[in-house]
Unconditional design. Sequence first.
Length: 119
Amino acid sequence: MKEQFHAKMLRIHFTEADKWKGASLYEVIVAKCMELGIAGATVYRGLEGFGASARIHHAHSLSISRNLPIMVSIIDREEQIQRLLPYLDQMIAGGLIAMSPVEAIRYSRSSQDSPAGAK
């Protein structure tokens, strides 16, 4: 089944050192998205980047501590994104959120539509 709809995409940028109540911020954000029934969220770890700290964070650093850039991409209808924003306001101490309108296409399979040969 194919569903096309107007949606919003959030891209949340921070570093892997960012925490919320002792847990990795990206894990907490993804868990909150699941709890709210958000359509989708994906976490990306960057090779290099910088932000408000004006320090470049990169993978080939000689430092033992890992503080690579993280981006969480979230897509859903605007109403769902609006439900998520107050939680992000509480969780994010430093970072950047970019919000864009997007056209989303969601594909899903019913049991009748399973791929050929699948049992």
